[in-house]
Design a protein around this ligand. Structure first.
Ligand code: PEP
Ligand code: MN
Length: 366
């Protein structure tokens, strides 16, 4: 076991932790890591019971206890929401309130993005999603607007008080995504690209990590470990469906895997029912199943007019579907002990969260 100390722990505080470990029957030695000290428990000791662990974790100098034989110790030890600063304030992903991230599969043009953002905002979204770099199966399919798409996404999201989540598909693209977006998305196809994970971890933004469609939960958590170990200020896991023998849906939303990830780590876990469903009519049922299983939010594709979408139109919700989903979440949340997000209230100057019971946001962005 490794007792990771806070970077600012004093010598007296460090000694206090060492004394607590001795009292618990363990001996330890100091290990100096980059910029901080850790205590490695080396002596034979009986596994700490919950009360002992809690006593050690509560000491001011202790950041976390890491299980040395755990391949993803930082992921296991993670706890608490990921706080993301957005134009309308801090959004705590993983807190009681579900986090909605809505928008088109790909950023295409300003008018459609504005229509999608308006629907998203009115349904309670806190983030606008949209890919500027699209990892398409066919090289002949629309690959996204690339660098041009990011400032457009940023401008439209700002107008509605929303944060932005967008995918970085290459190491070289990470910096531009980090410059324009609050959340860097790592997609299913690149979840296990360690070079990309390391680059994303260094970018100073929290990362939304999709589960690869052929990845086990352990492999998904190991990818998250790369991010935390590399310095990412937060990781949000996203279950988006895995490959199975069922051809009727695009992928199989692994609700069990989602619940297992929630059990194994304190990281927020959200669901992407869109890429699992592949079909508009199945998006809401999968979304509700995921939330009932403990998901902390949803990443959902929508489009002003899905028939015109240049990517993933069949699974895109219409603005009316988005409004329906928002209403359904409002009814479901109390039964699950969660809160559905209320629409941001937008005036000409600002967009702010509201807790009043019947908020009706203005459709016009600031
Ligand atoms: C996406 O969310 O735009 C996307 C490409 O999803 P995934 O990586 O899950 O296929
Ligand atoms: Mn898509």
């Amino acid at each position: 076991m490794i007792v990771l100390l806070r970077a600012d722990a004093s010598i007296a505080e460090t000694r206090e932790v060492e004394a607590a470990l001795t009292r618990a029957g363990a001996s330890c030695r100091r290990v100096r890591g980059p910029g901080r000290l850790a205590l490695e428990v080396v002596g034979p000791y009986a596994p700490f019971d919950d009360a002992t662990r809690a006593r050690i974790v509560a000491l001011g100098a202790v950041e976390s206890l890491l299980q040395a034989d755990d391949p993803s110790p930082r992921v296991t030890a993670a706890h608490g929401p990921v706080n993301v600063d957005t134009p309308s304030g801090v959004v705590a992903v993983g807190a009681d309130e579900w986090t909605l991230m809505l928008g088109p599969c790909a950023v295409e043009n300003e008018a459609d993005l504005v229509a999608a953002a308006a629907a998203a905002q009115q349904a309670g979204a806190r983030f606008l999603r949209g890919g500027a770099f699209k990892p398409r199966t066919s090289p002949y399919a629309f690959q996204g607007l690339g660098d041009e798409g990011l400032p457009l996404l940023r401008r439209v999201a700002d107008a509605f008080g929303l944060g932005v989540v967008s995918e970085a598909t290459s190491e070289a693209g990470v910096a531009a995504v980090a410059e324009h977006c609050e959340l860097i998305q790592i997609g299913a196809r690149t979840m296990s690209s360690t070079a990309l994970l390391k680059a994303a971890a260094r970018a100073g933004r929290p990362v939304l990590l999709k589960r690869g469609f052929g990845a086990t939960v352990d492999e998904w958590l190991a990818a998250a470990e790369y991010l935390l170990d590399g310095g990412a200020p937060g990781v949000i896991l996203c279950e988006r469906g895995i490959r199975s023998f069922e051809p009727g849906t695009r992928a199989t939303l692994d609700v069990g895997g989602l619940a297992l990830a929630k059990l194994r780590t304190g990281l927020p876990v959200i669901a992407d029912p869109s890429h699992a469903a592949g079909t508009r009519a199945l998006v809401a049922p999968l979304a509700l199943a995921a939330l009932a299983a403990g998901a902390d939010g949803l990443l959902v594709e929508c489009h002003a007019e899905p028939g015109r979408a240049r990517s993933d139109g069949p699974q895109a919700l219409t603005p009316a579907d988005v409004a329906d989903l928002g209403r359904t979440l409002g009814r479901l949340a109390p039964a699950l002990g969660r809160r559905a997000p209320k629409p941001l209230l937008c005036s000409n100057q600002t967009c702010q969260p509201t807790t009043t019971s019947s908020p009706r946001s203005s459709a016009s962005p600031r």
